[in-house]
Design a protein around this ligand. Structure first.
Ligand code: SER
Length: 320
């Protein structure tokens, strides 16, 4: 980012946004990173730099913020996740697709704006090979969220090819963070389990014990995002979205890792509608293209993530 330029994070109060805004403001200074969310915020987001209440579906308002602040980089994080999207089908489609179109059109019309748009492992479906799922493979998502992400990927690539919009994207696995809770995803259990382990010593999991899913600790995900955004444009060879692997584990694996630090921790399994979503997704991801193109390396494994999560969550409980 050049001196005087500004970065905009749309949907900043969500799980990724909370961590991303913190890192961006540490790197560039609070005043150069504008955070917006549809919900008004108090605390860090609005105190450490500019914050506006903004609906990403309000094209005029989004364009005004971008123009009047000389924004050069935009992170579009406003979306409904997989479980919520199944229950609010049309709302999810509208938010996930129209929000992207609005931003792609603004970037095309104004020029010189770099966009980050998150995709997901949800772009894969039941007919996709499950293990070490390759970058290019069968993609027949069976969820509203997955359909919206796959369509979004195609539009990102289209706008890059036809209009030269510098759009970059990652297919995030389930993300685990101590700063903010996820909302309405199928991988949310892997965050909630840490909180419940410390608060209650037990957890009731909405997925079966042997459901393996690709996951990643948030510091790795934020680093990946910034590495991709900072890579020279010619190294970003994939303009739909990059596979990103991280860690693969089951509820049973994470429970036994937690039990090493929380003596007596107990888990039981009460699968609900989210099991079907999880069953349609890969077990693990091959991210060799991200490694080759922009040097991606994952750092945290299940064990080091668990140590760090529990440390920070315990600290937060002592300072409250
Ligand atoms: N973590 C997301 C979800 O569960 C997947 O992208 O919906």
């Amino acid at each position: 980012m050049l001196k005087g330029d500004t970065t905009l994070v749309l949907g900043a109060a969500g799980q990724i946004g909370t961590d991303l805004v913190t890192t961006l403001r540490e790197q560039h200074g609070g005043s150069r990173v504008i955070a917006t969310d549809v919900k008004e915020q108090s605390g860090y987001l609005s105190e450490s730099g500019p914050f506006y209440t903004l609906d990403v579906l309000d094209a005029q308002a989004v364009a005004d913020v971008i123009r009047s602040n000389k924004v050069k980089e935009v992170y579009l994080l406003a979306a409904l996740l997989s479980a919520t999207a199944e229950q609010k089908m049309k709302t999810a489609w509208k938010l996930n697709m129209e929000g992207l179109f609005i931003l792609l059109d603004i970037a095309r019309d104004l020029g010189g704006i770099k966009i980050f748009w998150p995709s997901s492992i949800a772009v894969f479906g039941p007919s996709t090979p499950r293990d070490h799922t390759p970058q290019y493979t069968v993609m027949e998502p069976s969820t509203v969220y997955g359909i919206s992400k796959l369509a979004g990927e195609r539009w990102c690539e289209y706008y890059f090819n036809k209009f030269g919009v510098d759009v970059r994207s990652i297919r995030y696995p389930g993300l685990i963070s101590y700063k903010a809770l996820p909302g309405g995803g199928t991988t949310d259990y892997a965050v909630d389990i840490y909180h419940q382990a410390l608060d209650k010593g037990r957890y009731s999991c909405f997925l079966k014990e042997d459901t393996a899913l690709p996951m990643m600790y948030m510091p790795d995900a934020i680093r990946a995002t910034l590495e991709l955004m900072n890579a020279p444009a010619d190294q970003v060879k994939i303009r739909s979205s990059y596979n990103l692997g991280g860690i693969s584990f089951t509820p049973r694996d994470i429970a036994s890792e937690i039990a090493r630090h929380v003596p007596g921790f107990a888990i039981d399994y009460q699968p609900d509608f989210r099991q079907e979503i999880a069953d349609s997704w890969p077990n693990s991801i091959d991210d060799s293209r991200a490694q080759q193109d922009w040097g991606w390396r994952c750092q945290y494994d299940l064990s080091s993530m668990t140590v760090d999560m529990l440390k920070h969550l315990k600290e937060a409980r002592h300072t409250v």
